[in-house]
Design a protein around this ligand. Structure first.
Ligand SMILES: CC(C)(COP(=O)(O)OP(=O)(O)OC[C@H]1O[C@@H](n2cnc3c(N)ncnc32)[C@H](O)[C@@H]1OP(=O)(O)O)[C@@H](O)C(=O)NCCC(=O)NCCS
Length: 161
């Protein structure tokens, strides 16, 4: 119990002027939604869905001087499986190792140790994740998905802010 409680705690990692924190309360929804709604994988996602997904996942924010520059979330049962999603570093801060550090913090998180499977989906960042042991599916014929990329258009959520 006490071990579980300890690892439930907000994690904070520091490097130079940057902080990575799992404190949901620190997240800037304007930054996270602003990026995701323009991203190739979640285009048009409504703000309220981003807020709901944040509420129900383990979130990592990258900050400097109180402003947020990066994000990732992990969906997990904290026992056997974790899915990494919505990873980004704002363009102004790319190419200086923040994405790799973010992945490092995720993989070292105390609640995400000893899992049987991790997964993620990427268009072109395979080289980033390969550095943390990710590979292409070894048996793609065993995996199934139900993918609905147009879901935000069909539900009429659109951009109804
Ligand atoms: C992917 C992303 C988070 C990387 O963040 P970053 O802070 O620029 O990355 P880093 O500086 O830590 O370096 C990334 C490493 O991965 C490698 N890499 C491989 N594919 C890459 C890609 N498509 N984009 C960025 N880096 C990539 C880089 O070469 C680098 O490795 P190296 O230092 O050994 O050469 C950032 O480019 C981003 O937000 N991209 C747009 C959103 C996106 O595509 N997110 C991933 C969705 S799965």
């Amino acid at each position: 119990m006490s071990q579980a409680k300890r690892s439930d705690a907000i994690q904070e990692y520091r490097r130079d002027e940057f902080v990575i924190s799992t404190d949901r309360a620190r997240l800037d929804l304007d930054v996270v939604h602003g990026f995701l709604t323009e991203s190739y994988w979640a285009k048009g996602i409504p703000r309220e869905l981003v807020a709901r997904s944040i509420e129900n996942s383990l979130c990592f924010g990258v900050y400097s001087e109180g402003r947020q520059f990066g994000f990732a979330q992990v969906i997990s049962d904290y026992a056997t499986y974790a899915y990494i999603g919505d990873v980004f570093v704002l363009e102004s801060h790319r190419g200086r190792g923040l994405g790799k550090w973010l992945m490092d913090c995720i993989m070292q998180h105390p609640r995400l140790q000893g899992l049987r499977r991790w997964s993620l989906v990427t268009n072109d960042a395979h080289g980033l994740y390969a550095q943390f042991g990710f590979t292409a599916l070894k048996s793609p014929e065993k995996h199934m998905e139900l993918h609905q990329p147009q879901v935000y258009e069909r539900t009429g959520h659109g951009d109804r802010r």
